[in-house]
Structures are given as C-alpha cells and as structure tokens.
Design a protein around this ligand. Structure first.
Ligand code: AMP
Length: 448
C-alpha cells in the first residue's frame, strides 16, 4: 500500500512526496480510507504511530474538495488536544501536509496573550487546534463561533479525561453542529473513554494499532536498581556514555524535574526542564534547544512530554518510575519513533519495585537488568561532595498543584501505588551478580 493509492488531493500528494513519505503506517492504512468517505472514526493509537497524518490528511483532503468562503470568527475543522505541546505539533503537521494548499491553521492554548488569538480568529480560520480551556475562553469572548465546524478531532482523549477536561469537552461539543464528522483518538480505551466515544461518535469505524503492550517491544529496555539518593550520580554516568546522543529524562513531579536539571548543571551537563510551571516561551526554547541539539538532555514530567516529537531521541531515562504502567509505555514511546531504534533505561529504587512489577505485567515482558557502572561508587562520592557545595535547593516535596498542571491520575490498587513519591532509601539495590560486570553507563545483563 502506497500513499498514492488513497487518491489524496494533488497538493497533499506533493507535500508527502516532498517529506519523503511513501508508505503509510498501519494506522494510516486503516484510518484514511473511511475518513475520506466521511465516516466517524474511533482510533486506539499512540503518538509515534503516525496518527496525526491519519486524521490530518483526509481532513485536509475534505476541506480542499469542498472549498468555502471563510466566515468571520468561524472554523471548519476543530482539533482538541490536551497539551500546548501537542497542539503546536498537530498544527505544525497540518501546516506541513497542507503547505501547497491555501489554508489557515491557528493554535489556541493558554499561557500566551489571548488578544493575539482573538485577532487570528477574526477573518475565520480553516483549522483550529486547541486545548479545551482556552478555546472556551475565546468562545465566551465572542472571538470564535463553532457553529460551522464540519470536522471535530479529539486527540489523546484519555489524557484529556485525566487532566479534568471532561466538563470543558461537554460544553464544546454542545456548541458544535450535530451534523459533523468526528474523529476520536486515544492511546488507551478504558471504560470512561469508551463511554465518551459512544456519546460523540455515530456508527464509527474502529481502528486499533499497537496496543500499549506491544509498542514496548520495539524499544530496547533495561532497568538499573539503585538507591534513590544515588540516582543523580547514576544519571551523570549514564549520560556520559557516548551512545547517548539525545536523552529524555522523566521525573514524576515538576520540582523533581527542576532538581535533576540543577544537579546536572552542577556536573556541567546542559539540561532543560519542561513542565507545567514553565511559561510557554520557556517550553518552546527548551524544546527548540533539544531539537537543534544544543540541549542534549530534556527533563520532563509525563504531561509535558506528551506530544514531544523529536526524532533522534537515543535514550529515554525513567529517573523515577511512574505509578501507572501505561505512562511508562508512553514515556518509552518517545524513543524508537517511526521505526528508529532507541533505548529506555529505568532507575528503580527499592520502593519502586512494585511499580516495575506492574509495568512488566502491562508490557508482558521482563525488563532486563543492567549492572551499576564500574565507577559508580566514586561517582556517588563525587556527587555528594558537589551537593555539599551547592546552595540549598527549594523544597521539592509538594504534590502537583492542579490536575491540569501535572500528572494527576491516582489509581486505586495496592497501597504502594498510591504513595506519591518514592522514599529516601540510600542503599544500592543491586544483586551481587548484577554488579560484578558493570561498565561505563552499565553493561548489559541478561533477563531476570
Ligand atoms: P505521530 O504519531 O502522528 O506523532 O507521528 C510520529 C512521527 O512519524 C512524526 O514525526 C511523523 O512526521 C512521522 N510519520 C508519520 N507518518 C509517516 C509515514 N507514513 N512515514 C514516515 N514517517 C511518518
């Protein structure tokens, strides 16, 4: 199957050829034909599968096939996504695929002056890509009229629910015409999401690619058992390995991310944090530096990392393990995108072992154990010395302020899964056998 088989409008075919995309991905093969026919779609797919093109290409084709005069303050296509990063990225995809079409695409999200978005809406816009909260602000100000929306796309619906956007979503959908095409995407399909899809979709075609359990198979995964207090030293050693070209480091909290950046700075490693407390320009600067290679290490929380699409992420480092296994799958999916190889390394403290167990159950495989690097002890001593010299850090143990700001899912389950942060165990949790053959950045050991 080739892109040319879909019969997409010539400007789209040209844009694809220019990007060098010849073969559609599985989600594109499944989704593009029914969406071109005007059907509703319910897709289970994660970022990295090519799902953005799966909805953007047929939507653009449809807009091009039925040209209309722009109406003031109106839009023909509304795409809703949970984070600013994802919104920017989706809009960039629309622009890139539609570069040979006369098309206007506008992004709408908080953290930037609303007046600019007001002005952008005034002449009418073909495609609006938005986070729900700011979109409603614009509607309330009379700057956006949703009555002419022909296509609604809900992307990363599971994440939208997690972030508490359900009421905003209901309000927005209530403002749209009933007669429309709706495309619904979610990485996971728990009951609440299925119900939501049932409410908004009419006779949808259902497509699914790479369920959470199998995405993980493409990524080379490993875990290193290490005491919580010794993680900074381990991170520095791992990042010093020449195979690490561009690393994405995950922490559970915003403050944890800032702390890691400070610790790396004290070891002269340039890193930037990206999370909900950062302003939009700060996030954009950090991402741009990471993309261009001036920043080798990006430290992120789960929510902020959604939608980060940077090719060439050689390593994903789970500095803290997530207490929800699906988050682990999302995280490691940032590497090995679009078929590239990548490595994911998890730092697991003693009290995070239950999380690791849950993760292994979800991905249906054991994560192989890496030994601590040979020079680990010296690195720990050195890092401790640096820490003594550093000025006191701000408190970092507060929980996320609001559900929208940070990772907010609080699953029920074993008591350990509810505890917010890992404890402060300073012992190195490595089996004697696993320690024996350590090399720089950790040499590979067999499965456990
Ligand atoms: P997405 O899942 O939409 O975030 O896409 C993941 C990455 O794959 C993006 O960088 C896309 O530009 C890229 N991509 C999407 N479709 C294709 C394709 N058919 N061939 C090659 N790369 C693609």
């Amino acid at each position: 199957m080739k892109f040319t088989d879909f019969g997409l409008a010539e400007p789209l075919a040209r844009a694809l050829a220019e990007k060098g995309y010849a073969d559609p991905t599985p989600i594109q093969i499944q989704a593009i034909p029914p969406v071109l026919e005007g059907k509703d779609l319910c897709g289970i797919a994660q970022t990295g599968t090519g799902k953005t093109a799966a909805f953007a290409l047929p939507t653009l084709h449809r807009l091009a096939a039925t040209p209309k005069h722009r109406l003031k303050y109106a839009t023909r296509c509304l795409v809703l996504a949970p984070t600013r990063e994802l919104v920017s990225q989706i809009a960039a995809s629309f622009q890139s695929y539609g570069k040979f079409m006369k098309l206007s695409v506008t992004t709408v999200f908080g953290g930037v002056p609303i007046s600019r978005q007001d002005r952008a809406m005034a002449p009418g816009v073909d495609v609006v890509v938005a986070t729900p909260g700011r979109l409603l602000d614009l509607v309330e100000r009379g700057s956006l009229d949703l009555r002419n929306v022909e296509v609604l796309v809900l992307d990363e619906a599971d994440q939208m629910l997690d972030l508490g956007f359900i009421h905003d979503l209901r309000r927005i959908v209530g403002l749209l015409p009933r007669q429309r095409q709706t495309l619904f995407f979610s990485a996971t399909m728990p009951k609440a999401i299925e119900e939501l899809a049932g409410r908004y979709l009419t006779n949808p075609v259902k497509v699914a690619v790479q369920p959470a359990a199998t995405t993980a198979e493409r990524v080379d995964q490993a875990v290193i058992f290490v005491g919580q207090m010794e993680k900074p030293a381990l991170l520095q050693l791992v990042l010093a390995n020449p195979s690490v070209e561009r690393a994405l480091v995950f922490t559970r909290t915003k403050h944890g991310a800032d702390r890691v950046v400070r610790q790396l700075a004290s070891a002269n490693i340039v890193a930037e944090a990206i999370h909900g407390n950062k302003s939009q320009p700060q996030r954009e600067r950090a991402l741009a530096g990471f993309k261009h290679g001036t920043v080798k290490v990006l430290v992120a929380t789960d929510i902020a990392a959604r939608g980060i699409d940077v090719s060439g992420v050689s390593h994903v480092i789970n500095y803290e393990l997530p207490n929800v296994p699906e988050q682990y799958v999302h995280r490691i999916g940032r590497t090995a995108r679009a078929g590239a190889d990548g490595q994911a390394i998890a730092f697991c403290a003693d009290d995070e072992r239950p999380f690791l167990k849950d993760i292994e159950k979800t991905i249906r495989q054991k994560v192989s154990v890496l030994a601590l690097p040979a020079n680990f002890r010296e690195a720990v001593a050195h890092t401790a010395k640096l820490a003594k010299l550093a000025p006191p850090a701000p408190r970092d143990d507060e929980p996320p302020r609001t559900a929208r700001d940070d990772f907010a899912r609080r699953p029920t389950g074993p008591a350990g899964r509810r505890s917010g942060r890992p404890g402060r165990d300073s012992r190195v949790q490595v089996k004697p056998a696993a320690r024996a053959g350590g090399g720089g950045g950790g040499s590979r050991r067999g499965g456990r």
